[in-house]
Design a protein around this ligand. Structure first.
Ligand code: PMP
Length: 443
């Protein structure tokens, strides 16, 4: 390890521990595997050989094509052919690659204006604003919505971008137990007990922040439960739909669509354009006066580059396919396929005896590995069977709650799901991962 030379802590002292621990557990080669080409139904990995314990890899010059259940390509829009790719290719010729300017200067082109109009319409809000990065959408928007004297009640498993945005806002932050309506109510009661009940006092505002679909757990927000509390306690509600927009609901319009709830009941609908749309960036959709305020106060968009034109074109093309404006029927088919694949794989894994987390309709399907030693073993066994999966361990999860996550896509078919199940059947036996006796009627 690196030792401080001057009596002070070395700059990367804390990193050193993390890095050594990962090397000791031989976890390093499960992450950041270099790939080439499209992260679609298949993904091609560049084969590399590790120089043990030296954190260097040598490329062997060969490649392995694997079935890809590791990318957030929910609706299969990551492909490089078809109507999206044609529109994007034409757009690059017409607009070039970069807008070379923030929105407030000369970065507001017709595509940005159109994306905002269509995104607002799609999610059912009067207005929307696009950002060049999903992470920054959260990190930059909280400080524009709340400030000192406000309270943010945040689900304990909210994404880092929400937590960072919340911290930057200067508001007081309290977390409540994951998706636990009783605990949220207890925290609300506690928060307003010093003032008059059912008002925001003594807080300027109370903002509750949740996600539509949680990416480590596969849980779906209990939106009806949260909205019942909103009626009672009159807080503002922020829902991050990074993983639910496009992926949930009969029309792919996210959790409101899924639960049949009027989007007007949620104050802020945030989403990313990286996952279901195969593009980049994020959006906030809300009442016009909120969007106007965000536009004039959000430092990330006032001073940061606006989204690339080709990315905006990809968003427009994929959105229009989902709504049926382009290639009628294709959007519907994609939505049906992801719904089928999600349920089919989840049920199959349960039948095999895996402990599977999350909601039945979630396209993110986490299975429990528990022991950290099984992280790399699972990843490698799946890779031997030419399947790419994401594995997650400490510090992203508690130490003994290691897991693997399958990300299901409309690009997959039933045979692909059967291939994953057959591999999990074998690997589950090798690594003793079949914890339950399966469900009734199971194989
Ligand atoms: N919110 C959530 C819930 C996320 O999971 C992520 C990233 N996966 C983000 C925001 C950030 O989005 P992006 O990767 O598009 O920057």
């Amino acid at each position: 390890t690196l030792k401080p030379s001057n009596g002070y802590a070395a700059l990367n002292d804390d990193f050193d521990n993390f890095y050594v621990r990962r090397l000791k557990m031989r976890l390093d080669d499960c992450f950041a595997r270099p790939t080439i080409g499209v992260p679609g139904r298949f993904i091609t990995l560049m084969d590399r050989k590790s120089d043990d314990f030296n954190r260097t890899y040598k490329f062997t010059g060969t490649y392995t094509q694997t079935l890809n259940v590791s990318s957030y390509n929910y609706l299969g829009f990551a492909q490089s052919e078809g109507p999206c790719a044609d529109a994007v290719e034409e757009c690059v010729r017409k607009y070039g690659l970069s807008s070379c300017s923030p929105r407030a200067d000369s970065g507001t082109n017709d595509l940005a204006v159109e994306v905002e109009r269509e995104v607002a319409q799609f999610v059912g809000k009067p207005a929307a604003m696009v950002f060049s990065m999903g992470f920054v959408t959260n990190a930059g928007s909280f400080p524009a919505l709340v400030s000192k004297g406000c309270l943010i009640l945040s689900d304990e498993l909210n994404h880092a971008s929400i937590r960072i945005g919340a911290r930057m806002s200067g508001a007081v932050i309290r977390s409540f137990k994951h998706n636990n309506i009783d605990d949220l109510e207890a925290k609300l009661r506690e928060a307003i007990s010093q003032g008059q009940p059912r008002t925001h006092r003594p807080w300027k505002k109370i903002l509750v922040a949740v996600e539509g679909l949680y990416s480590m757990e596969g849980t779906m927000v209990d939106l009806p439960g949260v909205l019942a509390l909103k009626k009672k306690y009159k807080f503002f509600l922020y829902v991050d739909e990074a993983h639910s927009i496009g992926a949930l609901g009969p029309k792919g319009r996210g959790v409101c669509d899924y639960f049949g709830i009027d989007p007007a009941e949620v104050d802020i609908l945030m989403g990313t354009l990286t996952k279901s749309f195969g593009a980049n960036g994020g959006y906030i959709a809300a009442e016009k006066h909120i969007i106007d305020k965000l536009r004039s106060t959000n430092a990330a968009t006032l001073l940061g580059e606006s989204p690339a034109p080709s990315v905006l074109m990809q968003i427009l093309a994929s959105l229009r396919i989902i709504t049926g404006e382009i290639a009628p029927g294709q959007g519907e088919e994609r939505l049906q396929r992801i719904a089928f694949n999600s349920r089919y794989l989840r049920l199959g894994l349960k039948r095999l005896g895996y402990i599977v987390y999350g909601h039945d309709d979630s396209p993110i399907i986490p299975i429990m590995l528990y022991h950290p030693a099984k992280i790399s073993a699972f990843s490698h066994e799946m890779l031997k069977r030419k399947i790419s999966v994401v594995v997650v361990g400490y510090p992203a999860t508690p130490l003994i709650s290691s897991r693997a996550r399958f990300c299901v896509s409309s690009a997959h078919n039933k045979e692909d799901m059967d291939r994953v199940l057959a591999a999990c059947d074998e690997v589950g036996d090798i690594l003793q991962l079949k914890f339950s006796t399966g469900i009734a009627g199971g194989a």
